[in-house]
Each structure stands twice: as C-alpha cells, then as structure tokens.
Design a binder for this molecule. Structure first.
Ligand code: PEP
Ligand code: MG
Length: 604
C-alpha cells in the first residue's frame, strides 16, 4: 500500500456519466453552473516517503517541532479559554495536551520513523488513526467521542508538518460548486465568497443556520438533497437552481443552454427589483411598515442600508465566535458593534446577545455532546451559566451604545426568572461603566426574542418586563410543531402557516399592544412575500429580514392596504390546516402582486 487514507472512502457513482436531477429544498436563489467540489467524498492521502538513514534525525526533529508547536498552541488556547470562559470549558483541552505529552502515546511515532525510515507525516497519520480506532472501539460513549479529539490533534500536528491547513475548504483555489453532506454554521460563515459559486448539501432545512448564512452571503443554495454526495464526484459539472431547489448533475448541453438563459432572465428581474430599495416602505393607504435587516457580520449593516432598510432588527452576534478559533475579546466585540453602528449612519441597531449552543459552536467543543442540544444548554441559558463570558459581551454592547441608537435583546427566553436575572446583570454592567466613567446610552432599550411557546403564551407577563418583542418564528415553529428546523426528513412539516403558530403570534401581538410594547418579526417568514399581508393584517408594523430580500418585501408592502391585509388575516383565522392557510396566502398574493409570488425565492 502506497499511502494511508483517512476519512470517508470514495463511494461508487452509479452510472458515472448519466445526467441526474435531484430535488432538494431551495434556500438561497440564483442559478450557478460549475464544477463540483465534493467535501466529504475525497480522501485525504498522506503519502509514504522513504527517508535516507542520514536524514532520520532531521525527520525526528521535524516531528518534535510539530508536536511541540501544537502543544504550545493548545496551552495558549487553554490559558485564554480559562481567563475568558472559566475553568470548565478550559478543561476540555487537558485531554488534547495530555495526549501530546504522553511518551507512551507519542514515542511510537518516533520509533516508526527510526525503524521504518518513513516520513514524519506518514508516521503521525498512522499513529493518530490507530489511536482514533482504539477510542472508537470503546464501550463508553464519552470515550468514543474522544476519537474526534484525536482527529483534531492529528490535524494540528499534520498541519504543521505539511505547512498548510488540512481544512479542505481552505484548499479551494478556483470557483466551484460546494457539494457536502452537511455544513456547520462555522464552515458556512468562513466560506470564501469569491470561490464558492453555489452550495448543495444532503442534509439541512430552509431555516437552519447554515441556510440563513448562505442567504446572507447570497450564494445560490439547495439543501436536503439526501444522497447528492453519493451521486456526485469531484469535478462533475453541476447546475444549482436555488429558486426551484434543483440540482442537475452532469447536465447535457441543452440543459446548460437553457439555464444560461434563465440566469440572464433572473439577473434582469433582480435589477428591476432593486429600484424598490430607494422607495418608501408604506402601504398604498399610507401606513409605514418598517423593514430592518438581519445580519451576521457587521459589514451587512451597509448592505441593509443599500437595500433600503431602516436599520438592523437582528444582529446575530454569535458569529463572532464562529469565525475565529478562540472566543472574541471585549475589544473585538466592541469594535464589531461600533462598526455596525457606524455603517448604519444613525439608523437603529438591535443587538442580540450570543445565541450559542445547539448547532452553533458549543457542541463541537463539548467534552460530552448533549443528547438533545436544541432542547439543551443554548442561548440565554448558556450565557447565564457562563457569566464571565456573558458579562464581557454585555460590557462591549453597552460601551458601543454610546455611538448611536442601539437596542439589546435576549434570545430563547423561556422563563421570567431568566429575563430578570439577565436584566440584573445588565444593570451591574451599566453600574460598572458608570464607576469607570465610560460613556453609554442610559436609555438603552431592552427587549427579548419570543421564540419558544412558553414565552409566546406568557407574553402578557413578559410585556411588563421589556420594551420590545422580536418574534423569532424560525425557532417558534420548530418548538411549537416539534419539527427540527434543520432536518430535511421532516421539512414538509415545518411551516409558518400552521394555525398553532399563527395563534401564538396573535397572542404576542395582543399582549404587546395592551402594554404599548413594540413587536416585530425577525424569523425567515418576514422575508417570504406570501406572509407579508397576513403579518400586517395581524398588526405587525416592523419586519426584520435578510437584507437582500428587503426590496422584494417592500414591493408587496407598497401594493397592499391595511383593510385588505386585515381581511386576509380574518379569513386565515377560520382555517384549521396549514395547507388551507398557505394556499389562501398564495392566492391573495397572486391577486395583488403576481410577480412577487414568482420572485419569492429570489434574493434581490
Ligand atoms: C428565530 O429563531 O426566528 C431567529 C430569528 O433566530 P435564529 O434564526 O438565529 O435562531
Ligand atoms: Mg432563534
């Protein structure tokens, strides 16, 4: 055998040359035609090189330099983690450090170089694969999980020996269509937009965080394609149709030509739609509907304004964690918040505190991953159990509030006590800044996301605690209907048109009105034209959505009046099934704005 293979083996491609069409879930529109880069199907090959006997000592030096370099990196990471997050998260790294320091585990690598005259990379890859196999074969699930840590170590040491990151995504050199089984939000957030023409994945749902980022980056994307990675080989030509949710693998000439035409047509429609950016967002009878942007990165504040948004309604700050390999410092956070604020040029910025957990960050770092992470230690719960980290964020936010109109809101609040505890922490932070004579906005408004049924049902109680509600329908739908928002197998059950979801929204709006509390929607339904009339009819006057969709929603707003919207809302309330609701919403939109129905999956 000439080399060692780590990772998933290449699987046979049925009918290797035949054209195939796969129907997935459309998440970010646009059409892309390009060569596939299949993330999971390509083997990582560590070649074996024979080392001349007089070079063996040099090879062993290389080995220990790489191991010691990785050790230094991990020790520094451990110290920083302990300072910023406390001793519990830092302890996770003790295992990594222990393995590299253990002579019984590492000496065999040196021995293999000496006795086999093989290169250091090969000896390291063999040893870590052996160790990973041993852990995989262990009885306890905690020990089996350690196999992942071993693979992480293998990457760190090999990365140093090979002198480059072994992250395949970082190896992409030309424009490709990224085909993967699944992408984590971290992977999606760090994609090089210049090189990724489109994304298609086997797994995922329309409102999974990875899909949300793809839309934010305006990369045509289709998820939930089931076995796409089985059918596609690296280098295959593929077409991604993000509007229809189709992936065409190995298309023939005729198919390519027809998609080139569609691309041209779509670009023309996008240009036409952009004209709405500069128009006011008012209904035909003069009611103002405020359209705000949902952002993950500070630069998107600019895109929000360019698309005609009135500010940012949701800044998903946890992306500060997902785009670096260590926790963001107070200064880094402060700079990001201030940058977003300044780019908005006086328009308001709503900052959501870290929504970590579930699919974002913590599980990848956990010593023992949670069994049910979406029902586990996520969002505000995670922050309240990691107070030093949470207080650091609150300080950065409050400091940035001195630079423009800002609001702060808390995600996934499910009990009143959580909210009160959080507000107390915020008060402590403000007092600290006061003592340090650091300026901040004393009228900083405090709000909460309503994204679990308990919060929606108790909106009346919460309304006396906050000055605004932001309804997060992405999670509210998932928790109300018990449907995982990122699971393609139940994607057909995931819908904002379910009467139970609509009743909860109604309840929140009613409670908010009674207490004069502002209420907005920041889930993905705010970006779907079929829901616009219904939401206005239910009394919503502020929508927060992916910036690229603002012109599309503005066009709908400008073509309806309040009376019509209220009529639609009343009609919808008589239905008992989501199918009736969605069909009716489509019909109503077709009547007032047919082009918005056909453009509804198109990012402007
Ligand atoms: C939501 O749940 O609707 C929401 C806006 O938050 P996120 O999508 O970040 O979970
Ligand atoms: Mg949410």
């Amino acid at each position: 055998m000439a080399g060692l293979v780590i990772g998933r083996q290449c699987r046979p491609t049925p009918g290797a040359d035949a054209m195939e069409t796969i129907q997935g879930i459309p998440v970010s529109s646009g059409i892309a035609i390009g060569r596939a880069f299949v993330l999971d199907a390509v083997e990582r090959y560590v070649p074996e090189r024979k080392i001349a006997p007089d070079q063996v000592d040099h090879e062993i030096d290389r080995l220990w330099t790489a191991i010691n370099g990785a050790l230094d990196e991990l020790t520094e990471l451990r110290t920083r983690t302990e300072e910023e997050l406390g001793s519990d998260p830092a302890r996770i790294l003790d295992f990594h450090i222990g393995v590299l320091k253990d002579p019984t585990l590492m000496d065999p690598v040196e021995e293999r170089i000496r006795s086999g005259n093989v290169n250091a990379e090969r000896a390291v890859a063999e040893r870590f694969e052996q160790l990973a196999q041993q852990f995989r074969g262990m009885g306890s699930s905690v020990l089996r999980q350690k196999a992942n840590d071993i693979i992480d170590l293998d990457r760190r040491v090999l990365g140093r020996l090979l002198g480059k990151s072994d992250d395949r995504l970082a190896e992409i050199e030309e424009s490709v269509v990224l085909v993967a089984h699944e992408l984590t939000p971290t992977q999606a957030a760090t994609l090089d937009r210049e090189k990724i023409l489109a994304i298609a994945t086997d797994a995922g749902g329309r409102t999974s965080h990875t899909s949300i980022i793809a839309r934010a980056l305006q990369i045509p994307s289709v998820v939930g394609c089931h076995a796409l990675t089985n059918t596609t080989q690296d280098g295959d030509r593929v077409i991604i149709d993000g509007e229809q949710g189709l992936v065409r693998v190995r298309p023939d000439r005729g198919m390519i030509d027809s998609y080139v035409e569609k691309q041209t047509d779509q670009r023309a429609r996008q240009i036409k739609l952009r004209e709405f950016s500069d128009l006011e967002s008012i209904t035909s009878d003069g009611t103002r509907i405020s359209l705000l942007g949902n952002i993950e990165f500070p630069e998107e504040a600019r895109t929000t304004i360019e698309n005609g948004g009135d500010g940012v309604g949701l800044y998903r700050t946890e992306f500060l964690w997902l785009t670096r390999d260590r926790p963001p410092t107070e200064e880094e956070q402060f700079e990001a918040y201030r940058e977003a604020m300044e780019l908005l040029g006086g328009q308001p910025l709503t900052i959501r505190t870290f929504d970590l957990g579930a699919d974002k960050y913590t599980q990848q770092q956990a010593e023992e991953p949670e069994r049910n992470p979406f029902l586990g230690l996520r969002s505000i719960r995670y922050c309240l159990q990691n107070l030093p980290m949470f207080k650091t964020q609150l300080r950065a936010i409050v400091r940035a509030s001195a630079f423009g109109p800002m609001k702060i809101m808390f995600p996934l609040v499910s009990t009143v006590m959580e909210l009160r505890q959080t507000k107390m922490l915020l008060r402590d932070v403000c007092e600290e800044l006061e003592e340090e004579s650091i300026p901040y906005d004393r009228d900083l408004e405090t709000g909460m996301m309503v994204e679990v049924p308990s919060a929606a049902l108790m909106a009346k109680v919460f309304a006396s605690e906050v000055s605004f509600f932001s309804i997060g329908t992405n999670d509210l739908i998932q928790y109300t209907l018990a449907v995982d928002r990122g699971n393609e197998r139940v994607a057909n059950l995931y819908t904002g048109g379910h009467p139970a979801v609509l009743q909860l929204i109604k309840n929140v709006v009613r409670a908010a009105r009674r207490r004069s509390v502002d209420v907005s929607i920041c889930g993905e339904i705010a970006a779907e034209p079929i829901y616009t009339m219904l939401l206005i009819g239910l009394g919503i006057r502020t929508l927060s959505l992916v910036p690229s969709q603002i012109p599309l929603i503005k066009r709908v707003v400008r073509s309806v009046d309040i009376e019509r919207c209220e009529r639609v809302a009343r009609k919808i309330s008589t239905f008992d099934s989501e199918r009736q609701v969605v069909n009716c919403l489509r019909d109503e939109l077709r009547k007032v704005n047919p082009e918005s129905l056909s453009d509804s999956r198109m990012d402007a």
